[in-house]
Structures are given as structure tokens and as C-alpha cells.
Design a protein. Structure first.
Length: 436
């Protein structure tokens, strides 16, 4: 048993025992109430699942095992030549609730490198797809194709004891994380660079190697990828992609199929696809105004025109947050250090000064602040990654860190098949007649 798996086994076994005791003694205790708006409104805010790896607070933002993003940037191990945290360290933290040492992170980088070889059939599947196929569609299909090598599927067919589900899930999770950057880079080079693929550089870390395989060898871009893949890694369990993975995996579908389904959710315009919508909207604005350096008055008018046409301002608003997204702030800090003179980045900063007041004046917007998507595209464009239809794939590579660690916990704790009760409007009307 490898060092990380052993540590996870010890931690999860202890928590599993504790949870059983809690449920035995307090299982009937009511923890939440549901109102009719929530029944019709996508179960918004209903406490109904366990997600150990991160927690989202409306006012403080995301915390990974209790640490906010500035703390992660300070405490997680970094490369000797870099300032940004290594995503390997965040995975370690989310999985076992401990800040890893540099030795731990170096071990994990090497372990993922050992597991990173793609199955031949995955390459054949990708090559068979038309290069015009949306990158997220290619990503979903490639991830699903890894199912043929699932340790969980093999062991389950052999009659695996349910107490060992976590072990097989861990193996699949580690293999998936090792291979995702290879798959994502393969899709990028196939779709936008004529299929001229770039081999791995095993002297690099997980995120740095991903940047290398994309073909952007600027050292600052490698730093950006380390930050980007860290801050997008998890956002508690209720978001669409995380919840999808949790639901599908609760049926004992393997991590590859579970994550492929999660990426179907991430590809929606109300979730991960929003990052490409932001940069498209900014480009339309600058094209219409005829300048890449619009004034704040020009921006304000374009924002108002967008709202008057019945459209939303992409990159603004969040289902939970009631303050500027800390992930937006982290990217702004990066941009202020590395690319503060970039014209598109300046537009993003000007939007931050203009949009909240306009949205706030409408009187019906609960959160007029920017979310993570408001900034990421502008930085990616600066470093030459202008193919915005690919941006959600980057998001998908990162989000695997949180989801895979959480699936390990779900199987270790023996969480059951998710099966909420549905109703219909006839029942609602009957309920209201009896209770109003």
C-alpha cells in the first residue's frame, strides 16, 4: 500500500467509525427544512449530502479543509523556481486533511507520472473524432473510454468486498488524475495545432507538464497553470459537476464514468462553459466600440445595453457567494504581478469597478460581484491561449482534484445510493389546501 493510500485508509477508517456512532445516536435529528421555493428551485441550499474536501461560505468564499486561497498560496509546497502552490499538494490536503511536505508532493508528482500512460484505445477514440468536435465533447468521450481499464470494475466483477470499494476507487482516481493532463493536451493539439503533439517532460510537475504539452513554455504560464489548477479544484459538493459525479458514483459506477458524467454538467453555459462566454462578451464589446481600451463610461453603456436586451453579464453573480469570488481575487493578484499592462486584463478590472453598481441598482440581484470566470479568460489570452472553446477543459482538469478525493471518501464512508423523493404539482396543490 503506497504512502498516501495508507494515510487515507487510517483517516477514513477512523471517521467511518465515528460517523456510524453519530448516526446511531443522532440519526433522527432534523438538520434542515425545505420550503416550496426550494422544491421548485433546484433544491437550492438544501443540506442533503456529505462533501469532506471543501466548504463554500457565502461571505468568506471557498475553504479547502479549512484553508482559504491566500493560505493555500502561502502553505502548500511550491517548486524551487516558482511562487505558486503545486496542485499535487492540494490533492494531498483534500484527501487526508494534512498540509503535505515537499517530499510528499514530490512523491505524488512521480507517482502520477508512473501512471500517466494512456491506453491505446483512448488515443484511437480521440483520433477517430473530427477535429471540429467541441473540446468538451472530446474530453467526455476520452474519459469514458478509460473505463475499460477500471480497477473498480474489475474487482467488483471478481466479487470485491464492499469494505474495499474505497481501495479500488483510490486506484482509479489516481490513474484518472495522472492521465487527464495528457488527454487534455492531446485534445488541444489535435483541435487547434494540427495534431502536432508534444511529449511529456517528466522533469516537470503535474501542472507545469500540462503547460508544456499545450505548447506554451513560458515559465510564467507554468506558474499560472499551477495557480489555475489549484483554485478551480473544488467548490464543495452542491455544484452541478461535483453533484453529478457524487450521484453517478453512488450507484457504484466507476470513477471514470462518474467523472465523464460530471464533465457533461461542467459543459453547460450555467456552469463551466461560462468562462468562454466572458471572453466572447468582452471581445464583442471591444469590437463594437472599436478599441481594446474602452473608457469606463463606454463600458457602463455597453453593460446597460446588454441588460436591456435581456441578456446577463457573463462572469457576474454566483449561486452561493455574496462577495467577490476569492478565486477572482487570486487571479487579479497574479495579473497585477505578471501582466498588469495587458489591455484585456485592464478591461476586466474596469468591469469590476462598473458592473456591481449597475447590477446592484436593479434591486433584484443578490450577488452583483464577479465570479471566477470573470478573470481567467483574460489571463489565458495574454499567454496565447486564445482558443476559448477550450477553456472549460482546463476547468475540467482542475475540478478532478476535488471530485476524485471526494469519491474516495464517499466509498470509504459507505455513503448510499442517492435517491431523493420527487413529487408533482397536484401533490403541491393538495398540500397547500391542507396547510394554508
Amino acid at each position: 500500500m503506497d504512502r498516501l493510500k495508507q494515510k487515507f485508509y487510517e483517516k477514513s477508517s477512523a471517521l467511518k467509525t465515528e460517523v456510524r456512532s453519530l448516526l446511531k445516536e443522532h440519526g433522527a435529528l432534523k438538520v434542515d427544512e425545505v420550503n416550496l421555493k426550494q422544491v421548485f428551485g433546484g433544491m437550492r441550499g438544501v443540506k442533503s449530502m456529505i462533501w469532506e474536501t471543501s466548504e463554500l461560505d457565502a461571505h468568506e468564499g471557498i475553504r479547502f479543509r479549512g484553508y482559504n486561497i491566500p493560505q493555500l498560496r502561502e502553505k502548500l509546497p511550491k517548486r524551487k523556481d516558482g511562487k505558486e502552490p503545486l496542485p499535487e499538494g492540494l490533492f494531498w490536503l483534500m484527501l487526508v486533511d494534512e498540509i503535505p511536505t515537499q517530499e510528499d508532493v514530490d512523491w505524488l508528482t512521480d507517482e502520477w507520472e508512473k501512471r500517466s500512460k494512456l491506453p491505446e484505445q483512448t488515443i484511437k477514440v480521440l483520433d477517430a473524432l473530427d477535429a471540429k468536435t467541441h473540446p468538451m465533447t472530446q474530453f467526455v468521450i476520452a474519459i469514458a473510454s478509460l473505463n475499460s481499464e477500471s480497477v473498480f470494475v474489475q474487482r467488483y466483477a471478481e466479487g470485491m468486498n464492499k469494505n474495499d470499494y474505497w481501495d479500488a476507487t483510490y486506484e482509479d482516481a489516481m490513474n484518472l488524475l495522472a492521465r487527464l493532463p495528457i488527454i487534455a493536451a492531446y485534445i488541444y493539439r489535435k483541435t487547434y495545432k494540427g495534431g502536432e503533439h508534444i511529449p511529456q517532460d517528466n522533469s516537470l510537475d503535474w501542472a507545469g507538464n500540462f503547460a508544456h504539452m499545450l505548447g506554451i513554455d513560458n515559465p510564467d504560464f507554468k506558474s499560472l497553470m499551477r495557480l489555475y489548477l489549484t483554485i478551480h479544484a473544488d467548490h464543495e459538493g452542491g455544484n452541478a459537476s461535483a453533484h453529478t459525479a457524487h450521484l453517478v458514483n453512488s450507484t457504484l459506477s466507476d470513477p471514470f464514468l462518474s467523472y465523464s458524467a460530471a464533465m457533461d454538467s461542467l459543459a453547460g453555459p450555467l456552469h463551466g462553459l461560462a468562462n468562454q462566454e466572458v471572453i466572447k462578451w468582452i471581445n464583442r464589446m471591444t469590437d463594437k466600440l472599436g478599441t481594446d481600451k474602452p473608457t469606463k463610461d463606454q463600458i457602463a453603456q455597453y453593460v446597460q445595453d446588454t441588460l436591456d436586451s435581456g441578456q446577463v453579464i457573463p462572469g457576474y453573480g454566483h449561486a452561493v457567494l455574496r462577495q467577490p469570488d476569492p478565486r477572482f481575487t487570486a487571479q487579479r493578484v497574479f495579473a497585477e504581478e505578471y501582466i498588469k499592462d495587458d489591455a484585456t486584463v485592464q478591461v476586466v478590472w474596469d468591469l469590476f469597478e462598473v458592473v456591481p453598481d449597475i447590477l446592484g441598482s436593479l434591486g433584484k440581484v443578490k450577488n452583483p460581484w464577479p465570479n471566477v470566470d470573470a478573470h481567467s479568460g483574460a489571463i489565458l489570452v495574454h499567454y496565447g491561449l486564445t482558443d476559448y472553446t477550450y477553456y472549460t477543459v482546463l476547468f475540467g482538469v482542475s475540478r478532478a482534484l476535488g471530485i476524485m478525493s471526494s469519491l474516495c471518501w464517499s466509498r470509504a464512508l459507505g455513503l448510499p445510493l442517492e435517491r431523493p423523493k420527487s413529487t408533482n404539482t397536484a401533490w403541491v396543490k393538495s398540500f397547500l389546501e391542507k396547510n394554508t
